[in-house]
Write a protein that binds this ligand. Structure first.
Ligand code: S3P
Length: 747
């Protein structure tokens, strides 16, 4: 890649850079500019460099890249010292942690070379310093921020980007000002606080005696106060303006916190802490590259200069073929009910306690949205959530757009609910949600007087509040619980009776739960009515296990010879049990045991034993009652005797992915005979099929369905993009392995 790379300053950062280039053979020669003989000898002995000298002009001679990694305060002098040796085509970059000052140093010392200067900052490090701690893999999966100047040539930035990428890093570009502000807030301020806290306490009283009682919290919190004082001294002064601004912001927050403690203001205190909890979770998930994932990045890895961020990829599942499914399990909570428990809990008067809450990303997105609107929500912790309701008119305007991640249910239901608020909102989502149709909800809401703009029918969705909503009677063109629920939630704010007429029954959790919160709902055949202006009273709720999650294991037990599996406490609301009816029609051996009521929702234990399935024509009236279960039902069909035909299911094309096409393509790639129609498909079952590689298409249910498919495959099935599974089923792979599948989760 390069003829000669010169590294000026052979500490941890420079040494690791040199070692990484040597290890990967990216340059014919790596030469170091060093002050001390000892460092030079160490660098040579460790094999990180080929040669070195303290004559910087000599070191940079004929180099095509120069990487300067010295304290920012020494940059200008170093630039001046190396200048006489620089070739006209050299590219100069650096590892300084405050970019404004590096740029100023370059302007002062190297004005003729500015087009070739690409300021940079690798966000990586260790608490150990010096070339002896250098590590050729230090930058792997870490971020490097480049802050090209106006004068910097794009080709120079591209070259340095390619170099860092070759070292395994992820490169981001931003302005130097932005870099310095972001770093002041996320790195410099925490270091300042840690140093200050330890010093403040150490100066207290007559001795260091107090530290004897300091517990793990103190040690964790102040770990970074062990970092190099000289380096941090320099950073604080070099980034003075941004550090002062961040410190002022924090001081203000701290004073407010103090005041809430003094006033024993529980609501405000819980508000701060629950928001901080969720913000941190969000941050961890972001650094793991998913929206709300519960995957914890490796936080033991510590950073010297800043802040290590481990980027964890979206995992791939490699599922080995065959297996038998056995045991008794309780699966995570129902997604639809979990969403509604937060929404109605927030609108209720009083404190709602929820158990069995689904800690999946979709439901967490709902929690986040309500926190953003000022609702204090504690948890979730081991499935327990406490919602401090604010009443129908107590939500506050969020100060940013509400991010719904992958969750269509959150977005559509909130469109209804937010149409009745006094403030404006914007709803956004991830790549998959951004492609999903929102007009089906916007249209009836507009008939109620709501002012809603979609972006060509899809998110982002803008809702203008302060509208007087009027009630409507709406004949739904499709059986959709989301559309029905959105209209009913808007109906709570309308002046009169809002009615929804369904073409076929869809899930009725909103109706049941509203009634549970003491809000009258009138049901009359396929019509449901609510009258605006009532009130919801807080209650206690227990969320049953999600039958949609159970579906994967039901099909697994149906298709894997020798299986016998019991799924405990599963919701069997009749608007959700299409999966059981369809599997039974196919000849499945399913028994429902222990039927009981749990907070207005019927639940039972479901026992499934292996039975050879047979193909059927799926009755269209069962489609809305099994709408989320078709991907895995297609897997059942692929193992059944004879052909299975589905029609009347065009809705499947607008779910998290086009579930007809994506499943058909995947199954066909395994060798299954599949034909698709606009509203369904035909699958010819076979004894077994091959394996191969498939994509989840940002769709949790696709990833889990192909996992189950491996039970009857003859070769492994590899599924890419399985981060999405966490939207509805955290811990799916572990549970699958627990009952007898063989899933390897690869980062
Ligand atoms: C849901 C309704 C269904 C379903 C979705 C959850 C709900 O969507 O597919 O996963 O919680 O109301 P539609 O209403 O679009 O059919």
């Amino acid at each position: 890649m390069f003829h000669k790379v010169a590294v000026i300053g052979l500490g941890l950062i420079g040494g690791s850079f040199a070692a990484a280039i040597k290890q990967r053979g990216l340059a014919q020669q790596v030469v170091a500019g060093v002050r001390s003989k000892r460092t030079l000898q160490q660098g040579l002995a460790l094999g990180h460099i080929d040669a070195g000298s303290d004559d910087l002009a000599e070191v940079v001679k004929d180099a095509d890249v120069v990487f300067v990694s010295v304290p920012v305060s020494a940059m200008e002098a170093v630039f001046r010292a190396m200048k006489p040796g620089l070739s006209s085509t050299v590219i100069i970059t650096d590892g300084g942690s405050v970019k404004g000052n590096v740029i100023q140093a370059a302007i002062n010392a190297l004005p003729e070379f500015l087009p070739q200067v690409v300021p940079g900052h690798p966000i990586a490090g260790k608490e150990k310093s010096g070339v002896e701690a250098a590590d050729g893999n230090l930058y792997e999966k870490h971020r490097v921020i480049l802050t090209p100047m106006e004068q910097t040539l794009p080709q120079a930035t591209q070259k340095i980007t390619a170099l860092w990428q070759a070292l395994g890093a992820e490169v981001l570009c931003m302005s130097a000002d932005e870099h310095d502000k972001v770093l002041a807030e996320t790195s410099h301020l925490p270091h300042l606080i840690a140093f200050s806290l330890v010093d403040t306490l150490a100066r207290q009283g007559d001795s260091m005696e107090i530290f004897r009682y300091a517990a793990g919290g103190f040690r964790d919190f102040t770990r970074i106060a062990s970092s190099d004082p000289t380096m941090w001294h320099d950073i604080f002064l070099e980034n003075k303006a941004a550090v002062l601004a961040a410190t002022d912001l924090f001081t203000e927050g701290l004073a407010q916190f103090r005041q809430f403690v003094a006033q024993a203001d529980s609501a405000e205190l819980l508000g701060i802490m629950t928001r901080a909890n969720s913000a941190r979770r969000h941050f961890l998930a972001m650094s793991a590259n998913t929206a709300y994932s519960t995957v914890q990045p490796n936080l033991d890895e510590t950073a010297m200069s800043a802040d290590s961020q481990t980027s964890q990829a979206n995992p791939t599942f490699v599922v080995n073929p065959g297996g038998t499914v056995k045991g008794e399990v309780r699966l995570p909570g129902d997604k639809s009910i979990s969403h509604r428990s937060i929404m109605l809990g927030a609108l209720a008067e009083g404190t709602t306690k929820v158990e069995g809450f689904l800690e999946g990303e979709d439901a967490l997105a709902t929690i986040q949205a309500f926190r953003d609107m000022g609702v204090v929500i504690e948890g979730p912790q081991a499935g327990k959530v406490t919602v401090h309701g604010v009443g129908l008119h107590g939500l506050k305007a969020p100060n940013r757009s509400l991010y719904m991640g992958n969750s269509g249910t959150t977005m559509r239901l909130l469109m209804g609910l937010l149409s009745g608020q006094q403030f404006d909102t914007q709803l956004t989502g991830d790549e998959s949600l951004t492609k999903r149709p929102m007009e089906r909800v916007a249209k009836p809401l507009r008939e109620m007087n709501a002012v809603i703009n979609t972006s060509d029918g899809t998110p982002p969705v803008d809702i203008h509040g302060a509208q007087a909503l009027k009630p409507i009677s709406y004949q739904m063109p499709m059986a959709s619980a989301q559309v029905k629920s959105a209209i009913m939630l808007a109906g709570l704010y309308a002046d009169g009776v809002t009615e929804v007429i369904e073409p076929a029954p869809s899930r009725d959790h909103t109706e049941r739960m509203l009634a549970g919160f003491g809000y009258p709902v009138e049901r009359d055949g396929n019509r449901v009515r609510v009258t605006g202006g009532g009130r919801l009273t807080a209650c206690e709720l227990e969320v049953p296990a999600d039958i949609s999650s159970a579906a994967f294991f039901m099909v697994a037990a149906c298709i894997a010879p020798g299986s016998d599996l019991t799924l405990r406490h599963v919701g069997i609301n009749p608007t959700r049990t299409g999966i059981i009816d369809i599997l039974k029609l196919m000849g499945a051996d399913i028994t429902i045991e222990n039927e009981r009521d749990s907070g207005g929702e019927p639940v039972a234990d479901i026992r499934v034993r292996y039975a050879q399935l047979k193909g059927i024509r799926i009755p269209e009236e069962l489609v809305p009652l099994a709408i989320d279960e078709f991907p895995v039902l297609f897997v059942a069909a692929a193992t059944a005797e004879g052909e299975t035909v589905l029609t009347g299911a065009e809705e499947l094309r607008v779910k998290e992915s086009d579930r007809i096409q994506v499943m058909a393509d995947g199954l066909a790639s395994f060798g299954v005979d599949v034909e698709t129609f606009a509203d369904g498909l035909r699958i010819v079952g076979q004894e077994s099929y091959g394996g191969g590689e498939v994509e989840s298409h940002h769709d949790h249910r696709i990833a889990m369905s192909f996992t189950v498919a491996a039970l009857r495959a003859t070769a492994p099935i590899t599924i890419h993009g399985c981060g999405t599974v966490a939207t509805s089923f955290p811990g799916f792979a572990e549970l699958a392995n627990h009952v007898g599948l063989n899933v390897e989760v690869q980062a």
